[in-house]
Design a protein around this ligand. Structure first.
Ligand code: SF4
Length: 346
């Protein structure tokens, strides 16, 4: 059975009319799907019983369920979502100064096998569908945020969103449309490890969402070791794509740089990073590595991090050192593995 969640208003209009009901009923169904986040078709209280029955006979709502949540001491919540085929994905809900950020997933697992990432070690199961991407937000809003939208939405969970743009772009449209979920595009960030054609495609789609790029190295030799897809899309091509990415006024690209002791944390790296991002409106997030089981890297010492940061700051970049939240529940960057359904990795 086809899913209703993930359908546009035009698609719902066609469905409702095909089932023999007037087109205006589609707006009601759309509202129930995205504003109220209904979990059952019969919750659509202003929709006639006949349409409930017709929809239920041909369609299912679709989406995800929250199977489990874990809360860290800093309040960060790791969420295990169960999909209808039994696969699981993870998300993270963080709160800082009263503002919530949901870190959502775009794939079950990930094919890119970055060497510092537990998701990559787990391998790839499948792409998420639009309904599953949208519903991570809707169900968190409904069940964990007392009906409030998250202030920020970042696609930094499991998977590489630019490898699933066919499903991610329609999901972004529904998530940012004021008639649907209604999160401001300024508050939505898509994060990539550098899929160059995907950066161009996202730019061409003119979604207006923010782009974050996980750079994490300043030479192709080191970057390919950390992020194997760099062999296909080397640093020069990646930086060229970033320079071409359409940015509206006051928007900047975020460069994420995971700091690994003895690997990419030298002063030479910092100086090369300055040159690489020169001229790009950007901010730089330095992320000291979060230890993961089965991965051998460590974080640099505090003075090494500070020296790296000070080289960037001296060149007038906006730099933040981000110590990931939720480390003790494995909810930090690169730690999501979606343990369930017997798919435990590592
Ligand atoms: S860092 Fe991102 S792209 Fe790389 S393996 Fe992990 S989830 Fe995939």
């Amino acid at each position: 059975m086809e899913e209703l969640r993930g359908k546009t208003l035009a698609e719902l209009d066609a469905i409702v009319q095909r089932l023999g009901f007037p087109g205006y009923r589609a707006k009601q169904v759309f509202h129930w799907l995205y504003k109220h986040g209904v979990r059952h078709i019969d919750e659509m209280s202003n929709v006639p019983m006949g349409l409930h029955q017709a929809l239920a006979a041909h369609y299912r709502l679709g989406g995800v369920e929250i199977a489990e949540t874990q809360t860290a001491h800093d309040g960060t919540r790791k969420i295990l979502f169960r999909l209808d085929d039994g696969c699981c994905i993870e998300g993270v809900l963080m709160t800082e100064k009263g503002r919530t950020t949901l870190c959502a997933s775009s794939q079950v697992g990930c094919p890119l096998a970055c060497s510092f990432c537990l998701t990559g070690m787990r391998g790839f199961q499948r792409n998420l569908r639009t309904a599953e991407i949208v519903d991570q937000v809707i169900i968190v809003q409904r069940e964990l945020l007392a009906g409030q939208r998250p202030h920020n939405l970042v696609f930094m969970g499991m998977g590489e969103p630019l490898l699933n743009l066919e499903m991610v772009i329609p999901a972004l449209r529904l998530l940012t449309s004021p008639q649907a979920v209604g999160i401001s595009t300024r508050r939505v960030t898509v994060s990539t490890v550098g899929i160059v054609p995907g950066i161009h495609a996202l730019g061409d789609a003119r979604m207006g969402v923010n782009l974050a790029v996980s750079l994490s190295a300043t030479t192709d030799e080191v970057r390919t070791r950390l992020i194997p897809i760099n062999a296909q899309y080397p640093i020069a091509a990646l930086m060229a794509a970033c320079r071409e990415f359409p940015l509206t006024r006051r928007r900047r690209i975020t460069f994420e740089y995971v700091l690994l002791a003895g690997v990419n944390d030298s002063t030479d790296d910092a100086r090369r990073l300055v040159k690489l991002v020169h001229g790009i409106p950007c901010k730089i997030n330095l992320i000291p590595y979060n230890p993961c089981p089965s991965i051998q890297y460590t974080a640099p010492a505090a003075d090494v991090i500070e020296e790296f940061r000070s080289i960037l700051v001296a060149k007038h970049f906006t730099v933040a050192v981000r110590y990931s939240k939720g480390r003790e529940i494995q909810a930090a960057c690169g730690q999501l593995a979606g343990h369930c359904c017997g798919q435990r990795s590592g």
